[in-house]
Design a protein around this ligand. Structure first.
Ligand code: SF4
Length: 440
């Protein structure tokens, strides 16, 4: 509180789940300092934009947002504007040149410096920039209290993989794993305050523990599975090359780890996987999926796919469609390759023209939608277990939730409550959602 005025904060996270989780940890620090969340940006005394730099378009949008906030600073000269996250790490004090109304820039790994930075700003206003230098393991920062059923929990930071299109290893450093007992204690506290589902986060969770000698990812899953009161455990992202038999066995032996495998393949030919430096072949990947299907016949599979990567030919693309027909994912997150300066792929020859990329993207999405619908139609008249999340956005009498396999289900509300596990009989399977009836 300053002059008896309740100070308010607003955090605008961009990009991946890791950034959303970091945003909750900025919020945690601010709340421990006495700030409360603002409903609108206009009411805030501090605005933090937690940025992403995976795509150049995302950066343009973020600079647009920073520009919009200038007029708020003119109305309220005490408003503090901070830029954090990956773009902050990459651009550093260049941000002040583009936007002098920004007060501070905090790079990745520097989240815990927020209270000290604010103190400095309150005593002597001026531009402050703190960037990660060595990418040591950062001190733990507790998130703000979570009133929802869901929580993201980072289990590690950084990435060692250097996929040729990706900027993340350059802005988040090498892999560092949090101590397993710290993760378990954090999740236990969350579950005691009402969280039922956690998603363990890392750029490659399968590498968890490689820099430690007390636990690997399989051990961690087993430990989290034993937490009293936890209902569901998910994790992302899982690099296919590093998914071990031990992890698959840990999932099989667990009660709460969901039967949903998100395994980003990125492309469906060996030539393109090599150009992307993904570290596996299509044959390896297909065998991995087959192995999981033998253990989990009802599991769902999702993936990430990039079209228009440099050097992609019509022949590559048609092999990619064939690959999709063979694997049959439940869903796929499809992206058009866009140049990210600072990565090897940005200077590769044979960049694909935009019109061709767009055409391929549409063809890919059409095929995936067809496959998703066919898979979902097989669920007609089947009963699925759903965790109740509450009313849908468009109709308060219709409730929504997810299956363990991460499919969205909608049904007419009766007397079920948020957080309950209910059975729903699927009556209208569609491409993106399953509509059904609540069973008694
Ligand atoms: S695994 Fe590849 S795509 Fe994922 S964060 Fe690391 S370098 Fe980027």
């Amino acid at each position: 509180m300053l002059d008896n005025k309740q100070l308010l904060y607003k955090i605008l996270p961009y990009g991946c789940q890791m950034n959303f989780s970091d945003g909750e940890r900025f919020a945690g620090q601010l709340e421990r300092m006495g700030y409360k969340p603002a409903d609108k940006m206009e009411d805030a005394d501090i605005i933090i934009i937690n940025t992403c730099c995976v795509r150049e378009n995302a950066e343009k949008k973020i600079y647009g947002k920073i520009g919009e906030i200038k007029h708020l600073k003119q109305q309220n000269p005490n408003l503090i504007l901070g830029i954090t996250g990956c773009m902050a790490q990459k651009d550093g004090d260049k941000i002040f040149k583009k936007a002098p109304h920004v007060d501070f820039v905090l790079g990745t790994n520097k989240m815990y410096d927020l209270p000290a930075v604010l103190e400095e700003i309150y005593t002597s206003r001026g531009h402050i920039v703190k960037l990660a230098g060595d990418y040591d393991m950062p001190p733990n920062v507790e998130p703000a209290k979570n009133d929802s059923l869901f929580a993201y929990v980072p289990i590690m930071y950084g990435c060692n993989n250097f996929c040729t299109y990706c900027i993340v290893p350059y802005v988040r450093g090498r892999e560092r794993s949090r101590a397993p007992e710290e993760i378990v204690a954090e999740i236990t506290k969350m579950v005691q305050s009402g969280v039922k589902e956690v998603t363990l986060l890392g750029q490659n969770v399968n590498s968890y523990g490689k820099d430690r000698n007390d636990a690997d990812f399989a051990d961690l899953l087993t430990m989290v599975d034993k937490i009293e009161g936890i209902e569901r455990i998910r994790y992302m992202t899982s690099h296919p090359r590093d998914l071990t038999d031990k992890v698959i066995a840990a999932i099989k032996n667990s009660k709460h780890v969901c039967e949903h495998f998100h395994l980003p393949v990125q492309y469906g030919t060996d030539k393109m996987l090599k150009a992307m430096n993904r570290g596996y072949t299509t044959a390896y990947y297909k065998e991995l999926i087959a192995k999981i299907r033998r253990d989990f016949p009802n599991a769902s599979f999702t993936t990430d796919l990039i079209v228009g990567f440099p050097g992609e030919t019509d022949e590559d693309f048609s092999q990619m469609l064939e690959f999709l027909r063979e694997i049959r994912y439940d869903a796929a997150y499809t992206f058009v390759y866009s140049k990210r300066s600072g990565t090897p792929a940005a200077t590769m020859k044979n960049q694909v023209p935009e019109a061709i990329k767009k055409d391929r993207l549409h063809k890919l999405m059409d095929l995936q939608n067809e496959i998703s619908l066919e898979i979902n139609e097989k669920l007609l008249n089947q009963t699925v277990e759903v965790m109740v999340e509450g009313p849908s956005k468009t109709d308060k009498t219709v409730y929504t939730g997810h299956t363990r396999t991460n499919k969205i289900v909608l049904w007419q509300h009766k007397d079920e409550k948020v957080g309950d596990l209910v059975k729903v009989k699927i009556t209208h399977p569609q491409t993106w959602v399953l509509k059904g009836e609540l069973e008694a």
